[in-house]
Design a protein around this ligand. Structure first.
Ligand code: URA
Length: 434
């Protein structure tokens, strides 16, 4: 077998065999296949697509390209969640302690932010002392003792995905259903859970820009889940505007803590309840989705979920005084209002653009090795459909540089589209694909 024949086959719209896909993944992971050869094949896949069998073979080959986490010690109902990425997405921080508060084991490895989207690990690291690089024995012990551990990728899980994901970013091949589906599912399979709830974001701030593509991606991932014997449910959520109010690391952690204390924006609450209710169902606790939502609200109200979060932070070396008093989090030097210039209604608030503005302030990375500034970002005071008047504050820019702050204010003034007719609130849950 040789890589030239494999590239030519996909270039000519033919299907690849399991052996050919495994040959590519093994060779690219160990370096015997070069970046330019992999680029050619990935581009051919992007243009010509893959059938279900090829996508499954690609997923399994990537999942087995490195270490596999064994969570069987926690039984058959270990549920994981994953989001296809968004802006202001602090769902994992809120949802996982909620899930653990029901006695469902949470053993989760999360990623860092890249481009205009944030990452859970960066957010957790805004809590002083929180250790995200716990070794695997301690990670498993934390779950056994506390029922929850949230860490970064300390194992070499799906290294082929890591390489291909980084490559896709540099060759304009990110938004491809076979490539996204295999990337996500390979990580989930390697990460050991046997039930998976996927938050498939859809809209301006997501890979999937329309519902039709989001359904296609969801159906593809569900089929992979079935073939890999991992029950998978996809919840399609709206990412036209950012989720909740905060975009930026410290700001999002504070919003997550407030949410666990019962103060949660409506759109964020809907996503938490929907994903959480399905996770509880898959964990075998209770079938009734509405009842599960009630149970989640109860565990927020009685502080069980908040207490789980405190336990998690303490167990991983974090300073819980910051959780108990969020005013202790470091603040940016400049906190500048974005003032509304006309009366009307917020018609559009493009999530991708808000993510890019927050990234330009220093909250995100352009390259993997870049440092981030955890204090900067954007706090949104008005969202789509809100009535606004001249002089109202639309948002606050949190910045450490005067020039960047002025630019962010100006950019946000443009991103807030104000019209005369009140639009409907954006639908938050766009579909459920089982
Ligand atoms: N998230 C992933 O993990 N992979 C993708 O390809 C897209 C989103």
């Amino acid at each position: 077998m040789n890589i030239l024949e494999i590239i030519a086959k996909k270039r000519d719209k033919k299907s690849l065999t399991k052996e050919e896909i495994e040959y590519f993944i093994e060779g690219y992971t160990n370096g015997s296949i070069t970046d330019y050869q992999a680029s050619a094949l990935v581009m051919a896949i992007y243009i010509n697509g893959m059938n279900d069998e090829e996508i499954t073979n690609l997923t399994l080959a990537m999942a087995h390209s490195g270490e596999m986490l064994d969570l069987s010690v926690f039984g058959k109902n270990v549920v994981d969640k994953h989001s296809t990425g968004g802006v202001g997405d602090k769902v994992t921080l809120i949802l996982m302690p909620i899930i653990a508060s029901f006695g469902i084991p949470v053993a989760k490895m999360s990623g860092r932010g890249l481009g205009f989207t944030g990452g859970t690990i960066d957010k957790l690291e805004s809590i002083p002392g929180y250790n995200t690089s716990v070794n695997i024995e301690d990670f498993i012990n934390n779950v056994k003792e506390k029922g929850i551990s949230l860490i970064g990728q300390t194992m070499n899980l799906a290294p082929a995905d890591k390489k291909i994901y980084a490559l896709r970013d540099t060759i304009a091949c990110t938004d491809s259903i076979p490539l996204i589906a295999s990337s996500i599912m390979s990580k989930k399979i390697a990460a050991g859970a046997n039930k998976i709830v996927l938050d498939v974001t859809c809209g301006f701030g997501a890979f999937m820009q329309n519902k039709e593509d989001a359904i296609k991606l969801s159906e593809t991932m569900n089929r992979i889940g079935k073939l890999a014997d991992k029950e998978t449910i996809c919840i399609i959520t709206n990412m036209d505007e950012p989720l909740g109010s905060a975009v930026g690391n410290n700001l999002e952690v504070i919003e997550a803590i407030n949410a666990l204390n019962g103060k949660m924006a409506d759109d964020l609450k809907e996503v938490i309840l929907e994903l959480g209710a399905y996770m509880i169902k898959l964990a075998g606790i209770n079938e009734d989705i509405d009842k599960n939502k009630e149970m989640i609200l109860e565990n927020i109200q009685n502080k069980k979920a908040y207490n789980k979060f405190v336990e998690l932070v303490e167990n991983q070396g974090g300073d819980i005084s910051y959780i108990e008093d969020t005013t202790k989090f470091a603040k940016a030097k400049y906190i500048v209002p974005v003032v509304c210039k006309k009366d009307g209604y917020v018609e559009e608030l493009n999530a991708r653009k808000v993510g890019e503005i927050s990234g330009a302030l220093g909250a995100g990375r352009v390259r993997k090795e870049d440092d981030i500034d955890e204090t900067v970002g954007v706090m949104l005071c008005k969202k789509v459909s809100d009535e606004v008047r001249t002089g109202d504050i639309l948002a606050y820019v949190h910045a450490n540089n005067e020039e960047l702050s002025a630019k962010a204010v100006k950019d946000l003034e443009e991103v807030y589209k104000i019209g005369d007719i009140k639009p409907k609130r954006l639908e938050v849950i766009l579909g459920i694909v089982k």
